[in-house]
Design a protein around this ligand. Structure first.
Ligand code: ADP
Length: 547
C-alpha cells in the first residue's frame, strides 16, 4: 500500500479499535467487532461466537447458542453457526489463525441465503483471553483474494483489542451487579448513603437518599438549601446546632429529625456520619440516612399501649382504694349513726335513761375512733409505708426518665434542654418514687405545650444545689398556669384536662413531702411555667461527696 493510502487506512483501524474498546456489554462487544471486521475486510458474511468471562469456548457450535456460547452474532443473520471439525480443532484448540479456499459446504454459517459460487474463502481467528480461547471470529467471502496478509494482521489487531475490552466488560458487569445489589439493598433497608462537603455545602447521595428526601435525581450534587427545604421546620434549629457542633469538633455525627415531602408526607430519619478528607482535600461528612418512620410508628403504638395500660392500672387502683375506703369506713359510720339515734331515743323518753344514753354515746366515740384508725391506716399506706430509701444520684435518675420520655417528647415536637448541675451530692430517696415525680412533671409539661403554635416547644430539665438542698426544675413553654388557681393544682382531683384524673400533682407533692422536701410552681418570665422541688441533702452523703 502506498504511503498516501496508509494514513486514511490507519485512521480507519484506529477508529475500529476505539469503537470496540467503548463497548460495555458482551453482546455489544461481539456486534462491534463483527461490524468493524466486515467493514474493513472484503468479506461477504461473518459471525462471532463469544463466551462470558473466562469460560472456555469448548466447541464453536452456535446451534444451541445459549448452551454452548453466551453470545452469537452474524451478518447476515444465520440460524446456526457450526465450524467444520478441522477448523474447530485448529482455531479453538491450537489457537491458530486459518485462511483457506474451500467448498461451499464447509461454510460455518447456516440458514442464510447461500452464495451461488461453489468455492469460498474463509478467515477464522481465535479470540484469546488469558490464554483461553473464549471466542471465534469467522469471515467468509466468494472472492479468492479477499483476505490478504495485511487484512489478516488488521483482523488480529481487532480481535486482540476485543479480547482486552472483554476484561473491561467483565469488570463493568461486576461493577454494575455490585451497584445493583447496593441499590436494592439500600431500598430494602430504607437506607441511603451520602457525602457532604463542608466547604461547598454540596452533597452527593445514593438513589435511596433521593427517595427519602423527595429530591429529583437530576439535582446532582444536592445544594444544602435543597436538602434544608425538606427538613421539618421545627427540627431545623436542632439539626443546625448538631451539625455545627459536629463540624467544629469533627466528632461522629448522629441526629434524628423529620423530613417533609412535597405532598406533605412526614418521615422520621436518622442521620449518622463521620468526617474525613474528600478527594479535593476538603473536610467531608460521609454517612448514612435511615428512614425510621415505620420503626417509630411501631414504637409510638407500643408507647400508646403502655400509656393506656398505665392509665387503666391507675384507675383500677384508684377504684380499689375507693372500694376499700368505703368498705372500712362504712361499718363504723353505720354504727355511729345507729348509736347516736339510740342515744337520742334514750334521752327522749318520758324519764330519760341517762345510763343507756351514756353507753350509746360511748359507742359513738368508740366507732368514731375505729373510723379514725382506719383512715390513719390508709394514710400510712398511701404515704408510702413501702418506701425504699437509698442514695440516689439525682442527675442519673432524671436522665433515665428523660430517656424513657424521649419518644413522647419527639412525638409532641418538643425540644429537650438538660442543664444539670455538676458534682451534685446524692440524696436519700426512694428512687422509683422520685422518678415518678419527675415523670409526672415532664408529662404535664408536654401536655401543657400540645396546643402551642407559633413558638418553639421547649422542655428544660435543671438540677442545681442551693443551701444544702438539691433543686430540680422542669420548665416548659406551654400555656402557663392561672394565678388564681395556682395552689388548687396540687389538690387531689383538680384537673383542667378532659381525660385528666387530677391526682398527679397531689401525689407528687406528697411524695416530695415524705422525702422532707417541697414542690411548687412558678410562672416563667416569658411563656409557660416551672414546676420545681427541693430535697434535703443527707449530711453523711454530703461528706462522702457525689459518689
Ligand atoms: P392531670 O394531669 O391528670 O390533670 P395533675 O394533678 O397532674 O392532674 O395536674 C392538675 C392540673 O394542673 C392539670 O389539669 C393542669 O391544669 C395543671 N397543670 C399541671 N402541670 C401544668 C403545666 N406544666 N402547665 C400548665 N398547667 C399545668
Amino acid at each position: 500500500m502506498s504511503p498516501e493510502n496508509e494514513a486514511p487506512e490507519l485512521a480507519l483501524i484506529a477508529k475500529g479499535l476505539r469503537t470496540i474498546s467503548k463497548e460495555t456489554t458482551y453482546q455489544g462487544l461481539a456486534e462491534a467487532l463483527l461490524r468493524e471486521a466486515l467493514s474493513y475486510s472484503a468479506a461477504d458474511r461473518g459471525g462471532i461466537l463469544l463466551s462470558e468471562g473466562n469460560e472456555l469456548l469448548a466447541r464453536a457450535d452456535a446451534s444451541f447458542p445459549r448452551e454452548r456460547a453466551s453470545f452469537f452474532t452474524s451478518s447476515p443473520a444465520a440460524s446456526e453457526f457450526r465450524l467444520p471439525p478441522d477448523l474447530d480443532d485448529a482455531v479453538l484448540r491450537r489457537q491458530e489463525t486459518v485462511t483457506r479456499r474451500t467448498c461451499r459446504q464447509m461454510s460455518a454459517l447456516m440458514g442464510t441465503a447461500e452464495p451461488s459460487p461453489q468455492v469460498i474463502t474463509q478467515l477464522c481467528l481465535p479470540l484469546v483471553h488469558h490464554e483461553w480461547t473464549i471466542g471465534v471470529l469467522y469471515l467468509e467471502s466468494t472472492r479468492e483474494e479477499a483476505f490478504t496478509p495485511r487484512c489478516v494482521r488488521v483482523m488480529s489487531m481487532l480481535a486482540s483489542q476485543a479480547a482486552v475490552s472483554l476484561e473491561s466488560v467483565r469488570l463493568f458487569e461486576a461493577l454494575r451487579e455490585t451497584n445493583m445489589w447496593m441499590v436494592r439493598g439500600q431500598e430494602i433497608g430504607r437506607m441511603g448513603s451520602y457525602r457532604w462537603n463542608t466547604r461547598t455545602l454540596l452533597s452527593r447521595a445514593s438513589r435511596e437518599c433521593y427517595r427519602i428526601f423527595d429530591i429529583d435525581l437530576e439535582v446532582n450534587p444536592v445544594p444544602f438549601e435543597v436538602f434544608k427545604s425538606r427538613i421539618y421546620p421545627d427540627d431545623i434549629p436542632a439539626l443546625d446546632q448538631a451539625l455545627t457542633r459536629a463540624v467544629s469538633t469533627k466528632s461522629p455525627f448522629s441526629h434524628e429529625y423529620r423530613v417533609v415531602h412535597r405532598d406533605g408526607t412526614v418521615l422520621n430519619v436518622m442521620a449518622e456520619g463521620q468526617f474525613d478528607h474528600g478527594p479535593g482535600g476538603d473536610v467531608e461528612l460521609e454517612g448514612i440516612i435511615t428512614d425510621v418512620t415505620g420503626r417509630r410508628a411501631a414504637e409510638r403504638a407500643l408507647a400508646d399501649a403502655r400509656h393506656e395500660l398505665a392509665r387503666a392500672v391507675r384507675l383500677a387502683s384508684l377504684g380499689e382504694l375507693a372500694g376499700s375506703i368505703v368498705h372500712e369506713i362504712s361499718q363504723p359510720l353505720t354504727g355511729i349513726t345507729m348509736s347516736a339515734e339510740a342515744c337520742l331515743r334514750w334521752l327522749a323518753r318520758d324519764s330519760p335513761d341517762s345510763s343507756e344514753a351514756r353507753q350509746s354515746a360511748m359507742r359513738v366515740i368508740e366507732q368514731g375512733r375505729r373510723a379514725h384508725d382506719v383512715v390513719d391506716g390508709l394514710k400510712s399506706l398511701v404515704r408510702g409505708a413501702q418506701l425504699n430509701f437509698t442514695a440516689v444520684d439525682i442527675n442519673e435518675a432524671i436522665e433515665e426518665v428523660l430517656l424513657l420520655s424521649k419518644r413522647e417528647l419527639e412525638r409532641a415536637g418538643v425540644t429537650l434542654h438538660a442543664e444539670f448541675g455538676k458534682s451534685l451530692p446524692q440524696v436519700r430517696a426512694d428512687r422509683v418514687q422520685l422518678q415518678q415525680v419527675v415523670f409526672n412533671l415532664v408529662r404535664n409539661a408536654v401536655e401543657a405545650m400540645v396546643d402551642v403554635e407559633g413558638r418553639s416547644r421547649v422542655l428544660t430539665a435543671r438540677s442545681s444545689m442551693s443551701d444544702n438542698h438539691v433543686v430540680v426544675a422542669i420548665a416548659d413553654t406551654g400555656m402557663g398556669v392561672d394565678r388564681a388557681n395556682r395552689e388548687r393544682l396540687f389538690d387531689a382531683l383538680y384537673t383542667t384536662k378532659g381525660n385528666g384524673l387530677g391526682l398527679g400533682l397531689s401525689i407528687c407533692r406528697r411524695i416530695v413531702a415524705v422525702h422532707g422536701g417541697r414542690l411548687w410552681v412558678e410562672e416563667n418570665m416569658t411563656h409557660g411555667s416551672t414546676f420545681a422541688f427541693i430535697l434535703p441533702v443527707c449530711q453523711a452523703m454530703q461528706m462522702l461527696g457525689p459518689n
